[in-house]
Structure formats: C-alpha cells, structure tokens
Design a protein around this ligand. Structure first.
Ligand SMILES: O=C(O)C(=O)C[C@H](O)[C@H](O)COP(=O)(O)O
Length: 214
C-alpha cells in the first residue's frame, strides 16, 4: 500500500492530539529503552520520538514499540534508508527536521506517516501543496518562536504545527495557546543525567507535569 500525504497528515494529527508534548529522545544505552518508555507512558505521554542519532536508536524503537500504551516514532529521518530502517524497526510515525521530495516519497512508499519539518512560510506552503498540513516547526525558538508561528498561522490557518527545538516548560504554553499548534516536541522530559541515573520516577514526574501543560 502507498500512503498519501493527506492520509499521513491525518494520522500524525491523531498522534499529536494524544498529548501536549512529544518527548524527543536521545538514547545511548539500550537498557534505558524499556524503562524510559514505561515512565513516559505512565506519566501520560504516549507518543515518543526516538531520534536516529545514536547507534542503538533502531533497537530502542524495537524494544519501546512493545510497551503497552505507547506510540513510538523515529526522529531525525534524513534519508530514504532512514525511513526504511525505521519502518522495519517498528516505528509508527516519523519526524524529520526538514523535508525533501526523496524523503517524502520514501515515507509514502513505506507507509510511514511523517511529520515533515518546515521553518518558513514557503517551506510550509510547499508541503501543503504536496498534501501535508500537519508539520513540525523546526527549529522553533531559533526561527522566531511562538511569535513567528503565530504570524505564519495568520495567512496559513489550514496548517497545524508541532513546534520543536528550544521548547521548554517555560515557553511551551505560549506555543500551545496558538490555534495552529496541536502539541510540541521537547527533550526536557528525558534529561541525560536522569536517564544515566536510572531515575525513572523523576522522568515520570516530568512527563506528568508536561502532560498538564496546555
Ligand atoms: O533530531 C531530530 O529530528 C529532531 O527532532 C531535533 C529535535 O527536534 C531537537 O533536537 C529537540 O530540541 P530540544 O527540545 O531543544 O532539545
């Protein structure tokens, strides 16, 4: 089967509607995969983005996909090979910092609903032309933050975004208050030091606090 862009956006929209925050995860130790996913899901954040930035990322996706209640996706999709590997590992959605036709062709061919990245009105319009209306706004803070996204939303209200990159507990609410934002991505719910310490209870508490954002 081949996924259309509109089907993909409908799917990623559903995932983004599940919780206000999608944790952006950088996993170095495969032993962290399962307890991390369990803590985040228990804290109320079911959609998890595992970035393909570490050697164990694909194996982590495989393990986390077994955690009940979670929806595990692959981040940092850059090449068609990333898409294929993410799909084989069991990723149920993809996230990319930007978008190219080759990457989107691969996502559609492999049935991987994807949240493609855009940082400008032109990039967002190109993706909309292709049928994508649920996008990642990246890098959110460096691209002007909530003010920029609000301005983009005025002429392009049909596009919904998941801002990611520099989103923190302090600024998340300013994004989530915008009508064109469904959720935001952030790495703060799974800090490297808490993961290294195996402090899953504290990570669950961070997830719970993120879940309460609106
Ligand atoms: O690798 C990817 O595809 C990404 O998704 C990049 C992430 O969006 C940012 O690295 C998250 O940024 P922070 O929340 O500021 O740490």
């Amino acid at each position: 089967m081949t996924l259309t862009a509109m089907q993909a956006s409908r799917h990623t929209r559903g995932i983004c509607a599940r919780a206000p925050i999608i944790p952006v995860l950088v996993i170095h130790d495969i032993a962290h995969a399962r307890p991390l996913a369990e803590a985040l899901v228990a804290g109320g954040l079911p959609a998890l983005e595992v970035t393909l930035r570490t050697p164990v990322a694909l194996e982590a996706i495989r393990i986390m996909a077994e955690v009940s209640g979670g929806i595990v996706g692959a981040g940092t999709l850059v090449t068609p090979e990333d898409v294929r590997a993410a799909r084989v590992a069991g990723a149920r959605f993809g996230v990319s910092p930007g978008a190219t036709d080759r990457l989107l062709d691969a996502c559609e061919a492999h049935d991987l609903p994807t949240l493609p990245g855009a940082a400008t009105a032109t990039e967002a319009m190109r993706l909309l032309e292709r049928g994508y209306d649920m996008l990642k706004f990246f890098p959110a803070e460096a691209s002007g933050g909530a003010a920029a996204l609000k301005a983009i939303g005025a002429p392009l209200p049909q596009i919904t975004f998941c801002p990611t990159g520099g989103v923190t507990p302090a600024n998340a609410a300013s994004y989530l208050a915008l009508p064109n934002v469904l959720c935001a991505g952030g790495s703060w719910v799974a800090p490297a030091d808490l993961m290294a310490a195996g402090d899953w209870a504290k990570i669950e508490a961070l997830a719970r606090a993120a879940r309460a954002l609106s």
